[in-house]
Design a protein around this ligand. Structure first.
Ligand SMILES: *Cc1c(COP(=O)(O)O)cnc(C)c1O
Length: 385
């Protein structure tokens, strides 16, 4: 099976991990801070705080902004469930903003409409979480302008988009958001096996995330409520979690980061090759907006409406039967039974639904060979004919 994505781990990565395994500290050592520094520098941001998953990163980003019961958080329906679940973890209400049918990202027009209605109803969101779908940054400037007008903060879910840029600046630089979140799951751009990162330029937010990642325990006397009992003293000043990343995982991430630019170039070259190879097929290819450079995490196509006689399911099954590991990104989050129980109904985001029922992600990762890509394209050509 040719998977839709997979990690690319080389001998240098393995050596870096082995070095940590041979060292004294396999967690809470110096590699996590080195990884954090390297990510912050890569993004052109001031602070980066490593955690054990992208989901933990989203949860702590919400908590750092003070999201709690009674608050509203809005995100895109065309995402992995974690982008919405993070708000529910905090006891907040979640809602969805429909997507732009060109980029499949949260639509600024739909957001503006929904905000105007929410303002009249006195139900404005505290936080909006745009998701840089497939590695293409959202229209952050537009979302940010609405944030200033309506008073919400922005968390970028950049799980797909480390290595991407917007208006010439790296995703994570934080020009238009309070915090940016990355995931290092093996299907993503760089991996730590499991892991995530919160990036911000705000010192206070970074401190909050650091505190909550490790039980809410402060070790810096400036954060203590009482004078220390002795040199062993620490204080739990809030209810936090154990969301720490280990040094073993950080070593893998730090080593992988050296190849991030090469990974993105390889993905972009393969995507451009798909663009050419698929030009005669009845499929809609992904579009890249002029002011953005996608990291090409996914190559998501749509079957061209009215031009394919087979159903999405038939095409999918025919590709799977040909050992092509296609996937569908994403089932609108509110289609999930858990979200239906919260009261969400089909029809709430028509563009996301239309897209979902025709979408398919083709294999795309740095180690995909050209001959394998040709196999994918001929299997697709057969499947849609
Ligand atoms: C992968 C992913 C996450 C969650 O990341 P994990 O590291 O798997 O917890 C969140 N949002 C999006 C858009 C993702 O693709």
């Amino acid at each position: 099976m040719i998977p839709y994505s997979r990690q690319d781990i080389d001998d240098a990565d393995i050596e870096a991990v082995a070095d940590v395994l041979r060292s004294d500290l396999v967690t809470q050592g110096s590699v996590v801070p080195a990884f954090e520094r390297a990510i912050a520098d890569y993004c052109g941001a001031v602070h980066a705080v490593a955690v054990n998953s992208g989901t933990s990163a989203l949860h702590l980003a919400c908590l750092a902004l003070g999201v709690g019961p009674g608050d509203r958080v809005w995100t895109s329906p065309n995402t992995f469930v974690a982008s919405a679940n993070c708000a529910l973890y905090c006891g907040a209400q979640v809602d969805f903003v429909d997507i732009d049918p060109r980029t499949y990202n949260l639509s600024v027009e739909a957001l503006a409409d929904k905000l105007a209605r929410a303002e009249r109803a006195g139900a404005l969101p505290k936080v909006v979480i745009p998701v840089h779908f497939a590695g293409q940054p959202c229209d952050l400037e537009g979302i940010h302008a609405l944030g200033r007008r309506y008073g919400f903060s922005i968390i970028e879910d950049a799980s797909h988009a480390i290595g991407a840029s917007y208006q010439g600046a790296a995703v994570g630089s934080g020009r238009y958001s309070a915090l940016t979140v990355f995931s290092f799951h093996p299907v993503k751009l760089v991996t730590t096996a499991e892991g995530g990162m919160v990036v911000t330029n705000d010192e206070g937010l970074a401190r909050r995330v650091q505190l909550l990642r490790s039980h809410g325990i402060a070790r810096d006397p400036s954060q203590f409520a009482r004078p220390p009992d002795g040199p062993w003293y620490y204080e739990q000043v809030d209810l936090g979690f154990n969301y720490r990343l280990s040094d073993v995982h950080a070593a893998l991430g730090l080593s992988q980061l050296r190849r991030l630019d090469a990974f993105v170039i390889a993905r972009r070259d393969l995507a451009a090759r798909y663009d050419t190879l698929l030009s005669e097929l009845p499929v809609v290819r992904p579009t890249e907006m002029a002011d953005r450079r996608s990291a090409r995490h996914l190559y998501a196509i749509r079957l061209a409406p009215g031009r394919v006689d087979r159903t999405q399911r038939q095409v999918f099954e025919s590709l799977r039967a040909a050992q092509i590991g296609v996937q569908v990104h994403y089932i609108p989050v509110y289609y999930q039974p858990y979200y239906e129980r919260l009261g969400f109904r089909r029809g709430c985001c028509p563009e996301a639904e239309r897209y979902y029922h025709l979408a398919m992600s083709l294999p795309l990762y740095p180690g995909l060979r050209l001959a394998q890509q040709d196999t994918v394209v001929s299997a697709l050509a057969k499947a849609v004919s």
